[in-house]
Design a protein around this ligand. Structure first.
Ligand code: HEC
Length: 141
């Protein structure tokens, strides 16, 4: 009886650990990124945090509607993200040319005329400086 209990407990712990491993949570020493509410309240001044705030704020970039942002600093209470577009991950390695990354955000239809991604710069949905801030943030993940 005792043996089977510990077996179940172990299986449960492994299951739990397996699931937790999929949720990127800020590790000790790393401050998690602000939530939309915190962005509004704290008004960040550094470019990368400003960019993150534009990404997650629904009335601005609302990028999470279509993209996961793969970062260990994901705030615990942010809602899950969509998967219409590819997950945003290792951006610096994948876009060594910063101008190309910026161009994708400024007007995704330039590279893919049938893209469903909003041409944020061309349609003036996001200001030029906020597009720069987004690129600065994306280079940190
Ligand atoms: C309506 C859905 C949608 C929204 C909103 C959206 N995207 Fe996209 N995004 C896409 C799709 C689909 C792609 C795939 C390539 C394409 O179609 O242009 C993409 C591609 C990208 C890429 C290239 C990724 C790669 O791995 O090649 C980047 C970077 C990107 N989006 C950033 C953003 C940012 C930043 C925002 C918010 C300001 C945003 N996207 C908002 C749908 C979206």
């Amino acid at each position: 009886m005792r043996k089977s209990f510990s077996l179940v407990a172990t299986a449960g712990a492994v299951f739990l650990a397996g699931n937790l491993a999929m949720i990127p949570v800020a590790s000790a020493g790393e401050k998690s990124l602000p939530t939309e509410k915190e962005c509004k309240a704290s008004k960040p001044t550094d470019a990368a945090t400003k960019g993150w705030c534009v990404i997650i704020t629904r009335k601005q970039g609302n990028c999470l509607a279509c993209h996961d942002v793969v970062t260990k600093r994901w705030p615990a209470d942010l809602p899950a993200s969509g998967n219409v577009g590819p997950p945003l991950v290792s951006m610096k390695a994948r876009f060594p040319d910063k101008a190309k990354l910026r161009a994708q955000i400024w007007d995704a239809t330039a590279a893919n005329p049938s893209s469903v991604m909003v041409p944020f710069g061309r349609h003036k949905v996001i200001s030029e400086s906020d597009i720069d801030n987004i690129v600065t943030f994306l280079y940190t993940i």
